[in-house]
Design a protein around this ligand. Structure first.
Ligand code: B12
Ligand code: SF4
Length: 488
C-alpha cells in the first residue's frame, strides 16, 4: 500500500517542521510512504492508494480542494491536524476518515482497517498517547535543499500544561509529556546541521526534563538551539546556566500583552507583567535573545495598546515580536462564547491565520485595531527601533548581532508585505493567485542575502550550518502488520 502525506500551503515558505516526518515515520512502519509539502513543491496528484492531509485552520479550504481531487481518482483520504481535531464532522464531508488529536497509538489500527477496506470515520485516542518512544521522524524524506535551513526540526516534549483561552493546545495536545532522552539522542544523531529548531509548545513544562535535555545537548557539543517556553519558567539561574552551556540562543515567549486584566481574561494570569522586565533582563544576561508573541485585540485593551507594547518591547530590547490577531477557532469554548455574543466577524476559515481580525474587539474598532498594527510595524521594524533593541555589548557577540539584524530584516519584509498587500484589501494569503504561484510553483531558492548571513554566522560562531547527511537515514524498516486490530 502506498500512502502520500501532504501539507497544503500555509503561507510561510521554506521552514522545516516535524508534521510530515512524524506522519511518515508512523505509517512508514507498515506501508510505503511519500511526503509532499506544498510550501516548497507543487502537489503531486498522481494516483496513490491513500492520501493523508495535515491541516491547520486557515489552510483547511485548500486541503478540502486537494482531498476532492484525490477522492475523484478513487484514493482514500484521511485528514488530521488542528482543524480536523476541532471540527471532525465538518472535515468528514471532505474525507473518508479523520484523526482527532495526536496520531501516536492509532497507526496500527488505521492500517489494519485500511488493509481490510473497513476504514472508520473517526479515530481518536481515549487518553493522550505515550510519546516518550516514537519512531525516528523521517526528516530525510523532506526536499531538504528547498528549505531556508534555519534549523533541524526536533521535539523534546509534547503538549503544554497550561490552557490559555486563545490557544488550540488544550484541544489537540491535551497533556504535557516529555520525550525520552534516548529518542532525543537518536534524533540528534541524524541532524544535518548544528542549529536546532525545536517544535515544542512549552519546552520547560517539566523543569527536570528541561535540565536533562540541556545536559544532553551540552554533551553533544557545539550546538545552537532556540525554543518556545513561558517567561516565568526562565526566572531560574540554574536552568539558564545549563541552557547557556548547551548552546541555547533564543527563547520565544508568549508575552501577549502588558495589561494584567487582559491577560487574566485569556487565562494567562501566570504571566506576571510586573516581572517581565526583570526576567527578560536576566535571560539576556546569559547571552540569550528573547522574542515574543503579542495578541492584538484582547478584551480589556484600547487603542493605547500599541504604544504601550512598543515602549515595553524597546525597553526590554526584545529581538523580535510576532503580532497576531486574537483568533478563536471554531470548535473551542471561547469561539462559541464570541459567536453567541455576535462578535465573530467572519466565518471564512482562510481568515483564521492570525493575520486577519476575526473577533470584534471590545475596547476599539476594527479600523483602530488595523491602523494601530500598521503604525506598530512601521515603528517596531524601523531602523531606529532595530538599533535601539540591539543586544547590550553587541560588538562582543557578533553571531548574536547578525541574528538580531537578519531576524528583524526578515520580519520587516514579511510584515510590510502583509500590511501593503493585505492591510487595506484584507485579502487572504492563500487565495492570492500571484503570490501562491510565486511561492508554490517556483522552487524555493535561498536568497543571496540569506546565504551571506549564513556564511557570516558560520564564520563568527564556528557552528556548522550544514553537515553531511547520514546515508543510513533513508533506510526503511517495515515490521509486519498486527494480525488483529490493536486497541488504542
Ligand atoms: C512550526 C510551527 C509553525 C511554523 C510552521 C507552521 C505549521 N505548518 O505548523 C510557523 C513559524 C510558520 C508557524 C506560524 C504560526 N503558527 Co505555528 N506552530 C508551529 C509548531 C511550534 C510546531 C508544528 C509541529 O511540527 N508540530 C509537531 C507535529 C508532530 O504535530 P502536528 O503537526 O500537530 O501533528 C500531529 C497531530 O496533529 C496529528 N496530525 C497532524 N496532521 C495529520 C494528518 C494526518 C493525515 C493524520 C493521520 C494525523 C495528523 O498527528 C501528528 C502526530 O501526533 C506548532 C506547535 C506544535 N507543537 O504543534 C505551532 C502551531 C501549529 N502554530 C500555531 C499558530 C497559532 C501559529 C501562528 C498563527 C502564530 C503567530 N504568532 O503568527 C502562525 C501562523 C502564521 C501564518 N499565517 O502563516 C498554533 C495553531 C495553529 C492553528 N490554528 O492551526 C500551534 C498549534 C501552536 C499553538 N499552541 O498555538 N507555526
Ligand atoms: S502557554 Fe502557550 S502553548 Fe501553552 S496553552 Fe498557553 S499559549 Fe498555548
Amino acid at each position: 500500500m502506498r500512502i502520500r502525506f501532504i501539507t497544503p500551503y500555509y503561507g510561510v515558505k521554506g521552514l522545516r517542521i516535524l508534521t510530515l516526518p512524524v506522519l511518515a515515520a508512523e505509517f512508514g512502519q507498515y506501508a510505503d510512504v511519500e511526503i509532499c509539502d506544498e510550501s516548497v513543491e507543487p502537489i503531486d496528484f498522481s494516483p496513490v492508494d491513500v492520501v493523508g492531509i495535515s491541516l491547520l485552520v486557515y489552510n483547511a479550504p485548500r486541503g478540502f480542494e486537494i482531498a476532492k481531487r484525490f477522492r475523484e481518482q478513487g484514493a482514500k483520504v484521511i485528514l488530521g491536524g488542528t482543524y480536523p481535531s476541532l471540527q471532525p464532522d465538518h472535515c468528514l464531508q471532505h474525507a473518508d476518515a479523520v484523526v482527532v488529536g495526536e496520531l501516536e497509538g492509532l497507526t496500527g489500527r488505521i492500517m489494519h482497517d485500511l488493509e481490510r477496506n473497513r476504514l472508520q470515520p473517526v479515530y481518536r485516542n481515549a487518553e493522550p498517547p505515550d510519546v516518550s518512544h516514537m519512531p525516528r521522524p523521517r526528516v530525510d524524506l523532506l526536499k531538504n535543499d528547498r528549505y531556508m535551513g534555519v534549523g533541524y526540526p526536533i521535539e523534546f516534549t509534547r503538549g503544554c500544561p497550561n490552557a490559555c483561552g486563545f490557544c488550540v493546545n488544550p484541544y489537540v495536545f491535551r497533556k504535557f509529556r516529555p520525550i525520552s532522552l534516548e529518542n532525543i539522542a537518536r534524533d540528534l544523531s541524524f541532524r544535518d546541521m548544528d542549529i536546532l529548531g525545536v517544535d515544542d509548545l512549552n519546552m520547560t513544562g517539566d523543569r527536570d526534563h528541561a535540565l536533562r535535555v540541556a545536559k544532553l545537548l551540552e554533551e553533544t557539543g557545539n550546538l545552537k538551539w532556540a525554543a518556545e517556553m513561558t517567561l516565568a519558567s526562565l526566572d531560574d539561574d540554574e536552568l539558564l546556566e545549563a541552557f547557556a552551556r548547551s548552546g541555547f540562543t533564543e527563547a520565544y515567549v508568549g508575552i501577549e500583552s502588558v495589561n494584567p486584566r487582559a491577560l487574566a481574561k485569556i487565562n494567562k494570569g501566570f504571566n506576571r507583567v510586573d516581572e517581565y522586565l526583570r526576567v527578560i533582563r536576566k535571560v539576556q544576561s546569559y547571552g540569550i535573545r528573547v522574542g515574543c508573541g503579542m495578541v492584538l485585540g484582547l478584551d480589556g485593551e484600547d487603542k493605547d495598546f500599541y504604544k504601550q507594547m512598543l515602549a515595553f518591547l524597546e525597553e526590554s530590547k526584545m529581538t523580535y515580536v510576532t503580532p497576531t490577531y486574537l483568533t478563536y477557532v471554531p470548535g473551542t469554548r471561547p469561539y462559541d462564547a464570541a459567536l453567541a455574543a455576535g462578535r465573530i466577524l467572519t466565518h471564512d476559515l482562510r481568515a483564521y491565520d492570525g493575520l486577519h481580525p476575526v473577533v470584534q474587539p471590545d475596547g476599539m474598532t476594527v479600523e483602530e485595531l488595523n491602523e494601530g498594527l500598521r503604525w506598530f510595524i512601521r515603528r517596531f521594524f524601523g531602523l531606529r527601533s532595530v538599533l535601539k533593541r540591539l543586544p547590550d555589548h553587541w560588538w562582543r557577540n557578533l553571531p548574536q548581532t547578525i541574528t538580531h539584524l537578519a531576524t528583524n530584516l526578515w520580519f520587516r519584509s514579511w510584515y510590510w508585505m502583509l500590511v501593503r498587500q493585505y492591510g487595506p484589501n484584507r485579502r487572504y494569503l492563500i487565495e492570492d493567485q500571484d503570490l501562491f504561484d510565486r511561492a508554490v510553483r517556483q522552487p524555493y531558492r535561498r536568497h543571496w542575502l540569506w546565504n551571506v548571513t549564513r556564511q557570516a554566522y558560520r564564520q563568527t560562531s564556528g557552528i556548522e550550518t550544514e553537515r553531511p547527511r547520514d546515508p543510513e537515514a533513508s533506510l526503511d524498516r517495515k515490521p509486519a502488520l498486527p494480525a488483529t486490530s490493536p486497541s488504542g
